[in-house]
Design a protein around this ligand. Structure first.
Ligand SMILES: [Zn+2]
Length: 427
């Protein structure tokens, strides 16, 4: 049992204006990774580092790639075996077409209790909330047994180089649990879908549109692959079914392009075609089996389409001396994660949510991968993903966050750490 007076001591340190002000300052740093426009995470990272230094934290700024720093904030709160990590990323995705935005995407405009701007929701608001939560615990002077690490990381929206660098440098070695600060609308997310991404390349032969017999069109193979992906998806839906936290598995062709490169032209049969496929998986699916199925689809497609071309050739009494070829290349593989409901970090998150909201939170799953995926997969760290912000809003125009929910999120983060690190509640 944590005395009410201790809880209040921590909550009293959370100044709503402080959360809102830090969010606004982070949003005003354009941290889209865009070397041509010379924007990166550096300015937002510098701001977070200075903010934490001013509050007496031990802060390290580490270069992951040129202009792309991680900020590591450490605080040994007291002797104890546990280390809780808060993770939040500094990068944001592009605002896209600026004329579609009602307000400046980097203006942090506030209206009717909402702040608008790129990153307000994903995830600078939650990043500010985690920093304020860490500072509140520190300033409260309540006794804690263990340490807190803040990972203010770059490149979450890209290849997740920031968290991989964090792990490679050994920062995760002592971490016993992590709170991944992402917009989950107050839900406590304990599972994440996995992903297998692949590129199919179809190699035919370019020709004049009026003389298709002097080439070999990749289009029938493209159709065959898309059809095969639909069959694999139907099979997974049938055999794996719906996961209560994560929903359905999916095999989605996201990019279908012919020619693979250069401008398309109506009277030119393209020589090459490309299909990118984004497979999202559930814990019951085996990634090796999925890779094998995608490779089998390549072999089937080559066999079926070449056979069909040979039949057509026979019909016309010709014999084209070329064969169509298909290759598949695997681009990334991210496992599913699943943290046990009984894990101490989950109990702490549930307890904290109940303290702040007056009711038990709902459990849910995250449809995409996050930096937490790497912490879970490479370091066996139990993770919960939670934070303020509507779950549909990330990456949209007019991105926004509800400021009351954001301030409550800072309170929930602080109490999660209080509960997880409170002396005597665990051996
Ligand atoms: Zn995010």
């Amino acid at each position: 049992m944590i005395p009410e007076s201790v809880i209040q001591k921590v909550l009293n340190q959370i100044d709503p204006e402080g959360v809102i002000d830090l969010t606004a300052r982070l949003v005003r740093c354009n941290s889209v990774w865009d070397p041509q426009a010379a924007t990166s995470e550096a300015e937002a990272a510098g701001l977070a580092a200075q903010w934490a230094r001013n509050r007496g934290f031990d802060v390290a700024v580490e270069t992951v790639a040129p202009d792309r720093p991680n900020v590591i904030i450490r605080w040994i709160a007291g002797p104890g075996p546990r280390t809780l990590m808060f993770e939040g990323h500094t990068d944001v995705v592009t605002p896209g077409n600026l004329s579609r935005w009602r307000y400046d995407p980097f203006g942090a405009h506030i209206e009717n209790g909402r702040m608008f701007g790129r990153g307000t929701n994903d995830t600078k608001g939650n990043l500010a909330a985690m920093l304020v939560a860490m500072a509140a615990l520190k300033a409260s002077g309540v006794p804690l047994a263990g340490s807190i690490v803040g990972g203010v990381l770059c490149d979450e929206e890209g290849m997740m180089a920031g968290v991989q660098d964090f792990i490679a440098r050994g920062h995760a070695d002592s971490v016993t649990a992590a709170v991944v600060c992402e917009p989950q609308d107050g839900l406590v997310c304990i599972a994440q879908k996995g992903a297998v991404r692949a590129r199919f390349a179809v190699h035919g032969r370019m020709s004049h549109g009026a003389m298709p017999l002097s080439g070999l069109n990749p289009a029938p193979a493209v159709a065959r692959i898309i059809d095969g992906l639909a069959s694999l998806e139907a099979e997974a839906i049938e055999t794996i079914g719906k996961n209560p936290l994560l929903g359905w598995p999916s095999f989605t062709p996201t990019v279908v392009q012919a020619p693979s490169q250069g401008p398309p032209q109506l009277n030119v049969v393209p020589g090459e075609a490309e299909i990118l496929v984004d497979v999202r998986t559930l814990p019951d699916q085996n990634h090796d089996a999925i890779r094998k199925a995608l490779s089998a689809l390549v072999r089937q497609t080559v066999r079926d389409i070449n056979q069909r071309y040979q039949e057509t050739d026979r019909q016309m009494g010709i014999q084209r001396p070329w064969e169509l070829d298909v290759t598949v290349q695997f681009l990334s593989d991210r496992p599913c994660t699943h943290t046990d409901r009984g894990d101490p970090v989950v109990s702490s998150a549930v307890w904290a949510s109940r303290q702040v909201n007056g009711r038990d939170p709902e459990f849910a799953g995250v449809p995409g991968a996050t930096d937490g995926t790497f912490l879970w997969a490479l370091k066996d760290i139990p993770i919960v993903t939670m934070g303020a912000g509507d779950r549909q809003v990330p990456h949209q125009v007019d991105e926004w966050v509800d400021l009351d929910q954001l301030v409550d999120t800072a309170r929930i983060y602080a109490l999660t750490a209080l509960h997880y690190l409170y002396p005597g509640d665990h051996p």
